[in-house]
Design a protein around this ligand. Sequence first.
Ligand code: NAP
Length: 251
Amino acid sequence: MRILVLGGTTEAAALARLLANDTRFEATLSLAGRTSAPATQSLPTRIGGFGGIEGLVRTLTAEKVEAVVDATHPYAAQMSAHAVAACRQTGLPLASLTRAPWTEQAGDRWQHVSSAESAAMVLGDTPRRVFLTIGRQELPVFAVAPQHHYLARLIDAPKGKRLPPDLVLLQARGPFDLAAETTLMRDERIDVVVSKNAGGDPTYAKIAAARALGLPVVMIARPDKPAGHVVNSPNETVQWLDHVRRSLRGV
Ligand code: NAP
């Protein structure tokens, strides 16, 4: 059965490893092309946008795709909306591999905001040392609050956009561990962390480190993300794909 996996996450990479060794499926992984050197994947990989819903419909039809898995990041809402619309138009089954959000634990000091723009505002007027762990795309938003010192961790350096003036870039790819995160935040004299609620283990250490150090976390809320049939793990996704395969093949 021909499958398209929309990826860019740890779970998508894990699903790709499962599907690569499974003769029931012929899967392709799709990446947006946001990072200049994406991690090596176990499946044949296509890179770059499809060209909106219509472009995705064209690809699904041309490639004779029989099922789609949306394993994109919880904040990649546009790709998910396009997947839902394109699968509706083509009548293809769609599974959405979702990741539970982190929840506040005793000792956490989270301030909930709805967007990166709101995060920049709630940092306040008094200069602070801010650890920005939100990726590259929304960094320019913090230029509206130039009074702060920012340490921004990302995979690739940002290009061509207006950035906050007092910004130090730390290029690194997760996973990160608690001891290293605690040391980093202490050495950098961080006052506040800005984070998305990504969920999952690979990037949770910054949240635990902030708790251990008594630091506040400005937590940007997840966007509404349209979904198909919700699955919660790579293994569950393979089970769902097999169910679809059996019903398509009548076995
Ligand atoms: P987005 O806002 O939902 O999508 C914007 C556009 O990027 C889409 O309309 C699509 O372009 C293209 N696109 C996104 N994901 C794609 C994929 N897997 N394959 C092909 N094209 C894709 O997405 P985003 O937030 O920019 O995220 C981009 C990628 O980075 C995704 O793979 C996501 O899983 C990953 N990621 C995102 C975050 C985050 O915080 N947003 C964090 C970690 C990883 P067209 O309309 O031209 O098809």
